[in-house]
Design a protein around this ligand. Structure first.
Ligand SMILES: Cc1cc2nc3c(=O)[nH]c(=O)nc-3n(C[C@H](O)[C@H](O)[C@H](O)COP(=O)(O)OP(=O)(O)OC[C@H]3O[C@@H](n4cnc5c(N)ncnc54)[C@H](O)[C@@H]3O)c2cc1C
Length: 414
């Protein structure tokens, strides 16, 4: 069986690695020319995503991934701050958490090694079709066409494949625009480093502005004590942050800006919403070249709306089907679990116990449940942030956060 995967992002590479490991004939095509041409933020992989990866890649690759990751269990509980940097409370204890954080560039690079010669870069797919005898075809930007027995769209939020299958887009803008960036802990002043500490957290304010601050330290919080296996691009304690604003013409215009100009536009956006300088130091000291914009897109939270096409020799996975805002930190993990599920179903086809359409149908049924679960979680935070952008929500946020901060101060003193 010849399989074509369109998109060598997280899900497509995980699938290619798993199929290659089981001797399927597979090619994965990505439009990027360089595998490191990917956003610089970090990815949280929960226990289920790690279990799926363990099935998909060789033990040596899995060790390289863990050797480059940072363990959540070594971090104190996440914090919630207000727009003045005052502590509002802590999230659950993380000491039992199996989750790990890994640089997205590192994850993609190691998965690309697992896909090896089956990965072809600089190959953009422009259209999907069928041969006269019903085999799927992929048409490329260079005019060439390739046919296969199964075609899988792992081409992300604006998927050509899923749009072809669904007859239109499979997701829509969720009303929030995000900007991510990196700030080395050592670039912060002493008091700000102490305030943030070696933890992640979220700061919220009225009028839909929020700032996620993720702490990544693949050296100090290494999952494995195996420095020889470490390939993380993050080499010292780093805050990887995500600024969020409601979509508007002003925010949209920032998406075309880069570097120091973008950093200063972000700071202006927060200051206009009453954020104090202390709470913005992590942005002020950010590496300007690390800052990138991304719009939150979301598919439906209802499982029956996901992959709304009859099962056949063309399917899709990951963000192409269940595009999920990063607010739950689960999109990549779900794409990896989709890949593991598809490999399991295809092994039945290879063993001759199941027909291809039945296997794809079983895979898509599992994926609908998985996609609905992560979208439901991610959209809770999106709705919460958007609610602070209503007159009532803004007033409530402005009045309740100082009360929460004062209560928290008293609790810590007593
Ligand atoms: C700031 C941020 C933080 C995040 N944090 C987390 C997190 O902590 N945990 C988590 O699990 N998820 C996280 N996510 C979500 C995660 O990045 C995505 O859900 C995940 O990458 C989806 O994987 P995918 O393979 O479906 O798509 P992608 O990884 O987006 O890959 C799609 C690939 O397809 C290629 N492509 C697209 N069109 C074509 C075409 N026509 N021809 C050829 N190639 C094409 C693209 O170049 C790309 O490489 C985050 C996202 C963002 C923006």
């Amino acid at each position: 069986m010849r399989i074509i995967i369109v998109g060598g992002g997280i899900g497509g590479l995980a699938l290619a690695a798993g199929l290659r490991r089981h001797q399927f004939e597979v090619s994965v095509f990505d439009r990027d020319h360089d595998i490191a041409e990917t956003a610089g933020y970090h990815i949280t992989l929960d226990g289920r995503a790690q279990a799926a990866l363990r099935e998909l890649v060789a033990p040596e690759i899995f060790e390289r991934l863990l050797g480059s990751a940072s363990a959540l269990r070594l971090r104190p509980a996440d914090a919630l701050w207000d727009r003045h940097g005052r502590l509002l409370g802590y999230g659950p204890n993380l000491s039992d958490s199996p989750s790990v954080d890994i640089d997205r560039i590192t994850l993609r690079t190691i998965l690309a090694d697992a896909a090896a010669a089956d990965l072809r870069l600089g190959r953009a797919v422009t259209d999907i079709g069928r041969t006269a005898d019903g085999k799927p075809t992929a048409a490329f930007a260079d005019g060439s066409v390739q046919e296969c027995d199964l075609l899988v769209g792992a081409d992300g939020t604006h998927s050509v494949v899923a749009r072809h299958l669904a007859g239109g887009p499979t997701n829509e803008p969720a009303g929030i625009v995000g900007f991510s960036g990196r700030t080395a802990a050592e670039d912060l002043g002493v008091s700000e480093r102490q305030r943030l500490g070696p933890r992640s957290g979220m700061a919220i304010g009225p009028r839909g502005a929020a700032l996620y601050i993720g702490y990544l330290d693949p050296v100090g919080n290494a999952v494995l004590d195996a420095p020889a296996r470490r390939e993380a691009i993050t080499t010292g304690p780093t805050y990887i942050w995500g600024a969020m604003f409601p979509e508007s013409a002003a925010i949209e215009s920032m998406r075309g800006t880069r570097g120091a100009a973008l950093r200063s536009a972000l700071l202006t956006g927060f200051r206009r919403r009453g954020w104090s300088e202390r709470s913005l130091e992590v942005l002020t000291r950010a590496d300007p070249d690390s800052i990138a914009a991304f719009r939150f897109n979301a598919a439906s939270t209802r499982s029956q709306d996901l992959a709304p096409w009859p099962a056949g020799p063309v399917t899709a996975l990951g963000d192409a089907v269940h595009a999920t805002p990063p607010t739950a930190g689960m999109g990549a993990g779900a794409a990896i679990r989709d890949a593991a599920s598809l490999v399991t179903h295809l092994l039945e086809v290879a063993a001759g116990t199941t027909a291809l359409t039945v296997a794809v149908s079983g895979f898509e049924a599992d994926m609908r449940v998985r996609g609905s679960e992560i979208l439901t979680q991610a959209m809770k935070t999106v709705r919460w942030i958007r609610a602070t952008d209503t007159p009532l929500g803004a007033a409530l946020t402005a009045t309740t956060t100082p009360l929460l901060a004062a209560t928290n101060r008293l609790r810590r003193r007593s």
